[in-house]
Design a binder for this molecule. Structure first.
Ligand code: PRP
Length: 205
């Protein structure tokens, strides 16, 4: 039985459909219920829904053999897992944004609000820029409007949230998409099975 951690939400549903098309169906997964674990014994798969940012933890610790995590989570938490496949779903980018027409003084420590502290630190240290990180958990776009920060580092998908809050992208840090990840020892013991799965999913991406 291969245990698969799916990120709860719309992206996870799309990814499950990919697995279904590849022949690893378990239709109850998409039923509108509060159940979180589903299995199809015949296909030897067990799916479970977890918070998207927790997928990598389940996989790293072996509670799931494989899972689907955003590249943002992999860059932020650097879990000790194998990244096996870019699923080319959930495409967005990690960007720096600021209020339109904001003038940033390069001599001053930059105040950066973000959920992605490590990504922001790595990015600014690669530029040799001193920053003051403000760690927030959501609604990051508000921070520069209220002068809590100069800029934000956040995910931009359609750009609608930035636009509606009068912010603009000033730099793209990295492109993001969903990745298939595997626990290192599960992969070792189930290489054939996981590789077969990948070979069936690949043509559908
Ligand atoms: C993410 C991100 C932006 C928004 C970007 O927020 O933090 O706020 O999506 O999408 P857009 O470019 O299509 O407008 P999320 O919905 O994950 O909620 P959050 O406020 O908890 O970050």
């Amino acid at each position: 039985m291969i245990n698969i951690a799916l990120p709860k939400g719309r992206l996870g549903e799309k990814i499950y459909q990919l697995f279904e098309e590849a022949g690893y169906e378990c239709p109850a997964v998409l039923e509108n219920s509060r159940k979180l674990i589903f299995e199809n014994e015949e296909k030897q798969v067990r799916y479970f829904w977890v918070k998207p940012s927790d997928v990598a933890i389940y996989v790293e610790r072996g509670a799931a053999d494989i899972g689907i995590a955003g590249k943002d989570i992999l860059l932020e938490y650097k879990p000790d897992v194998y990244e096996l496949l870019d699923l080319k779903r959930g495409i967005c980018r990690m960007a720096v944004a600021a209020p339109k027409d904001k003038i940033i003084d390069p001599r001053k420590t930059l105040k950066v609000a973000t959920k992605f502290v490590n990504i922001a630190n790595d990015y600014y240290s690669s530029l040799g820029r001193d920053i003051d990180i403000i760690h927030l958990n959501g609604s990051i776009e508000i921070a520069p409007i209220l002068n809590l920060s100069d800029v934000i580092v956040d995910i931009v998908e359609t750009g609608k949230t930035l636009k509606e809050n009068n912010l603009e992208v000033i730099d793209t840090i990295v492109n993001i998409s969903a990745r298939l990840i595997a626990n290192k020892s599960s992969y070792k013991f189930n290489t054939e099975c996981i590789e077969e799965m990948i070979s069936k999913i690949k043509p559908l991406i």
